[in-house]
Design a protein around this ligand. Structure first.
Ligand SMILES: C[S@@+](CC[C@H](N)C(=O)[O-])C[C@H]1O[C@@H](n2cnc3c(N)ncnc32)[C@H](O)[C@@H]1O
Length: 237
């Protein structure tokens, strides 16, 4: 076993080739169509691309980098719609990163994203940075990605940045409640720029209450595919 496999996220692969976390017993994306889920939940849920189209700088932060699919679909959409000379910074907080081989296998089903997936995998270091360290990777002249390794309950409060949009993408709250607790949601709210937003696929009452208590005006939207509801919100003044 080499170093990157030792530090990989323990995974099982289902019959259709979707990765399932053996740590949390949960999928990284909808079996229905993960790429369309990213567009519906995280991009549309944060009113993107419309909100970045008039801005010289836009910052997105994510809880849970996982396979990198949310980032890749965001990068694809950003490249197609970004303003001239606009800059996008994407910061993702991840406690149990996948190895590059695991990411390559998980991302291989998305033909449309294949060229960008190759660029991403080439640009990422073969071993992840030490816990809490920020090592931004420039993917093109207008796009920067930073994956901060470590438990989000520690790394988000220590992050000096502010996001215009948050993607809240921990595993299901019932399987991973620590990724949704009120303290972490407060840290997310403190690291949200004025007028900033979040989106998440869950409509759990516990998550909604944590986000409201943290200072977001929360709204239910139609969920992706079979899901009845999801949550979006704007930081209150
Ligand atoms: C649903 S997956 C994220 C999917 C991802 N956004 C993608 O595009 O593939 C949830 C992720 O949260 C990570 N995670 C779970 N608990 C965490 C914690 N306490 N802090 C940071 N990351 C955590 C898991 O390792 C997993 O990669």
């Amino acid at each position: 076993m080499d170093e990157s496999e030792r530090s990989a996220h323990p995974l099982e692969w289902d019959d259709e080739g979707h990765p399932v976390s053996a740590l949390f017993g949960d999928l990284f994306h909808s079996r229905h169509d993960g790429q369309a889920e990213t567009r519906h939940v995280f991009l549309a849920g944060n009113s993107l691309p419309a909100r970045w189209s008039a801005r010289p700088y836009f910052s997105i932060a994510e809880l849970g980098f996982g396979t990198g699919l949310n980032f890749l679909e965001t990068w694809r959409s950003w490249r197609a719609t970004r303003p001239f000379a606009g800059q996008m910074s994407f910061t993702s907080f991840e406690a149990f990163p996948l190895s590059l081989d695991q990411m390559r296998r998980a991302l291989s089903r998305w033909n449309e994203l294949a060229p960008l997936a190759e660029r991403l995998l080439d640009a990422l270091p073969s071993t992840w940075p030490p816990v809490g360290e920020e090592r931004p990777v420039r993917l093109d002249r207008q796009t920067q990605l930073t994956v901060i390794v470590g438990d989000a309950r520690e790394t988000v409060p220590a992050w000096p940045g502010k996001a215009d949009s948050w993607y809240l993408d921990g595993f299901a709250p019932a399987r991973n409640p620590q990724m949704w607790n009120e303290e972490l949601m407060k840290a997310v709210a403190r690291r949200t720029a004025p007028g900033g937003t979040f989106a998440t696929y869950t409509a759990s009452g516990f998550v909604r209450r944590s986000l409201e208590a943290a200072g977001f005006a929360v709204e239910k939207r139609k969920g992706f595919a079979g899901k009845r509801e999801m949550l979006v919100g704007v930081k209150r003044d």
